[in-house]
Design a protein around this ligand. Structure first.
Ligand code: KG4
Ligand code: ZN
Length: 345
């Protein structure tokens, strides 16, 4: 197999219609159309609205990346598409487009796991992935701690959120603070002028009694309620202090668990991805705290942390290079695809 496969990646698991093209580990083009503004007045992603937006944005996205990368569809070595986890109606738009293209062009098709794609994208920025590595994936839809021995075939789930995802907590707290949707960037901005230790918000699942069952799991719903209670009890609250203290609680828990996992697995590399990895405090503290315990951190640039097509193409390229068997054309998108399943047969 060629060492530098040219791969098209399609991502439609949530509200971004994203298409990317990579050659090997080089990003050639990436087009993202987001329906986030259409969801804003609902305070969260509405699946039907997202599916309709994917339908409208898919073909222009594919045409755009081919033009930007100066390649034609006939040049492709493979097509990769997110098959799960995600909103099933949204996933179906991407998988149908990818299956149609693969059939029409007679190209191999890889139906891939969205979480493995979030890990893979780092090859586009920092080169070959360290192995083994711990991966912390934090976004509006997922909060997962993984052990990655080989991103194309061996991923083990260590823990996940038991309730809200980290990004969802940012979005909900921003909403009660009146900061709009999506809340992560707004809280990040507000927190710049706040005091991180103004309010001692709870750190979910970090008590010694949690260590047996939930050492690497997360819970953010108690934190969200604590913020709501604080606002109720302190009508003259200072928004920046609440934002900074809330953000500190989330980031503290994420990094404590990720670095504890690294220690307990004897692993010296941590990769962080997902929309929340764009958070400036998380990026700063990850570097500071990991360095102290001898762990090397890799976080892609923010545009590659949020959902994108290049991440799917990057994983597709790794799968082609690894000689992985392509997926059958009749595969079905799976909203709850387990992370250990990197590709669908
Ligand atoms: O990965 P992503 O684009 O989509 C999902 O798969 O969910 O992540 C979106 C999430 C949203 O919850 C958003 O509020 C959060 O990432 N986010 C942030 C920041 N930028 C985006 N959270 C905290 N700080 C940020 N700077
Ligand atoms: Zn994602």
């Amino acid at each position: 197999m060629k060492s530098q496969p040219l791969v098209l990646g399609i991502e439609t698991s949530c509200d971004e219609t994203a298409v990317g093209i990579v050659r090997g580990t080089t990003l050639l083009a990436d087009a993202i159309a987001s329906s986030v503004d259409e969801h804003a007045r609902f305070g969260g992603v509405v699946p039907e609205v997202a599916s309709r937006a994917h339908l409208e944005a898919m073909v222009p996205g594919i045409e755009r990346v081919c033009k930007d990368a100066k390649v034609s569809l006939a040049d492709l070595d493979a097509i990769a598409v997110t098959a799960g986890p995600g909103l099933v109606g949204a996933l179906l738009v991407g998988t149908s487009a990818a299956a149609g293209l693969a059939f029409a062009l007679d190209k191999p098709l890889y139906a891939v796991n969205h979480l493995a794609a979030h890990v893979s994208v780092d090859v586009l920025e920092h080169g070959a992935l360290p192995s083994p590595a711990i991966a912390l994936l934090v976004s509006g839809g997922h909060t997962s701690l993984l052990r990655v021995d080989d991103v194309s075939s061996r991923i083990t789930a260590l823990g996940a959120t038991m309730d809200d995802a980290a990004g969802e907590a940012f979005d909900k707290v921003a909403r009660i603070l009146g900061l709009g949707f999506p809340g992560g960037p707004a809280i990040d901005r507000e927190a710049q002028s706040g005091n991180v230790s103004a309010i001692d918000f709870p750190r979910g699942f970090t008590q010694s009694r949690d260590q047996e069952d939930h050492a690497f799991d997360f819970s953010f719903s108690g934190l969200k309620s604590a913020v709501a209670r604080y606002l109720h009890d302190h009508p003259d609250f200072h928004v920046a202090d609440v934002a900074a203290s809330f953000q500190e609680a989330v980031v503290d828990v994420l990094l404590t668990k990720a670095l504890t996992a690294a220690k307990s697995e004897g692993i010296e590399h941590l990769i962080i991805g997902g929309g929340v990895a764009a958070n400036s405090r998380l990026r700063f503290l990850a570097e500071e705290r990991a360095t102290k315990v001898g762990v090397a951190v890799r976080i892609p640039r923010p545009a590659l942390c949020t959902d994108n097509g290049a991440m799917v193409a990057a994983l597709g390229s790794l799968l082609v290079t690894a000689g992985t068997t392509p997926s059958q054309p009749g595969f079905e998108a799976r909203s709850a695809l387990p992370v250990a399943q990197v590709t669908l047969a």
